[in-house]
Ligand binder design. Structure first.
Ligand SMILES: Nc1ncnc2c1ncn2[C@@H]1O[C@H](COP(=O)(O)OP(=O)(O)OP(=O)(O)O)[C@@H](O)[C@H]1O
Length: 361
């Protein structure tokens, strides 16, 4: 199903005629709509034999914007990003970086785009400064310009103190910093980062997040960042495209995705064939393993979109206060050691779980 055929109200309030692009502008403020996108995919397709890895993907991102590209394993994130980075060519459609087509003008795209793959080669016998210098040369910097380029990156990533350290001896966090630095060496306007936070400890993740925020807010760069660590992206992105099985399921500012999600819940609430009166996002925290509670909830009427963490289960509940009370009583009677039972503010993660109906890896 192409984007233009989606019937989900999350996607299209005003479906355009078949064959036209329906998500050709960010859902958000009028200010954004007037600006020229620095990153755009236009009805992008990439098939591997019969597998539709990317299936009619359209989105736009703008200077100063951090856009999350969210989806489970195999959703098509890396394939889309590789096309943006001119490492692969689409089966159909096109993508534009600062107005340059990845098909017609790949050289121009490479000049304005920095791509950080999910894993990148490390060379033995090379220290941090030599590694950055190597990439500065590769991008054609010479003499004082080369020194300046390396210097700028060392300052931004705060890697100067490790300048002489062999890159194979860096921690994962520092190594990702270096990877980001390498991506920044030619000072690109657009950054495409494939799962940069994967495998980082919480501190390194927060530090990386701060660096990425700076790139957008202080340096007006456009950042597309993929992840399936959803909470991570919720804190950093101002917009997101949620992808699954090669197709965009929802797209827009975070507020817009959440608003549309709420609107859909309200539509369900008021539809004729649905006599449930309330749809609420609830969470229950238990003392021990949340898995048995998750299983129990899956069997309860009025409960849907169940998602469990180690000690917490969140779910959508389509019932009134009395019904909620009965559900809580049922949990306690069943012997679950519930220590918290609350309405949840919907996070990006919740929206994602609801949109994809809980299909994550
Ligand atoms: N070169 C290729 N040949 C055949 N199939 C491929 C190729 N590259 C990717 N695929 C398939 O395309 C689909 C999308 O893969 P992709 O790597 O883009 O997903 P992803 O969202 O980045 O997932 P992950 O988080 O696991 O990296 C997968 O089913 C993958 O197996």
């Amino acid at each position: 199903m192409s984007v233009s055929e989606q019937s989900d109200p999350l996607m299209n309030d005003d479906p355009a005629p078949a064959g036209t692009q329906t998500i050709d502008q960010p859902v958000g403020t009028a200010v954004l709509e007037e600006r020229v996108p620095s990153l755009e995919t236009r009805r992008l397709h990439r098939f591997f034999g019969k597998l539709k890895a990317v299936d009619d993907v359209s989105f736009k991102a703008y200077p100063g914007q951090v856009m999350g590209f969210i989806g489970p394993n195999g959703a098509g994130k890396t394939t889309t990003m590789r096309i943006l980075a001119t490492l692969d060519i689409p089966t159909a459609g096109d993508a534009f970086v600062c107005g340059h087509s990845v098909i017609d003008d790949p050289d121009k795209v490479r000049r304005v785009l920095g791509f950080m793959p999910d894993s990148f080669g490390k060379y033995d016998n090379m220290n941090v400064v030599e590694y950055l210098d190597f990439y500065a040369r590769a991008y054609g910097f010479r003499g004082a310009d080369r020194e300046d380029a390396v210097d700028r990156v060392l300052v931004f990533t705060e890697l100067r103190k490790l300048a002489d350290k062999p890159i194979t001896a860096l921690s994962k966090g520092m190594s990702q910093r270096l990877g980001l630095g390498r991506t920044l060496i030619h000072d690109p306007e657009v950054l495409v980062l494939d799962e940069p936070a994967a495998g980082l400890d919480p501190r390194a993740r927060v530090e990386l997040r701060e660096l990425i925020k700076l790139l957008a807010t202080e340096m007006n760069k456009t950042v597309l960042i993929s992840s399936h660590i959803l909470t991570e992206l919720g804190e950093i992105c101002d917009s997101a495209a949620i992808i699954e099985a090669g197709q965009i399921l929802a797209y827009g500012t975070i507020a817009e995705i959440q608003r549309k999600r709420r609107r859909r819940a309200e539509t369900l609430e008021h539809s004729d064939d649905n006599d449930e009166e309330h749809t609420t996002l609830l969470a229950a925290r238990v003392l021990d393993n949340a898995e048995p509670l998750e299983r129990w909830l899956l069997e309860q009427p009025l409960v849907s979109s169940v998602a469990a963490g180690p000690q917490q289960v969140s779910f959508t509940f389509s019932g009134d206060g009395q019904a909620q009370h009965r559900l809580l009583k049922g949990m306690i009677d069943k012997g679950f050691e519930v220590v918290e039972f609350t309405g949840k503010t919907q996070s990006l993660e919740d929206a994602f779980m609801a949109i994809t109906e809980g299909i994550t890896q």
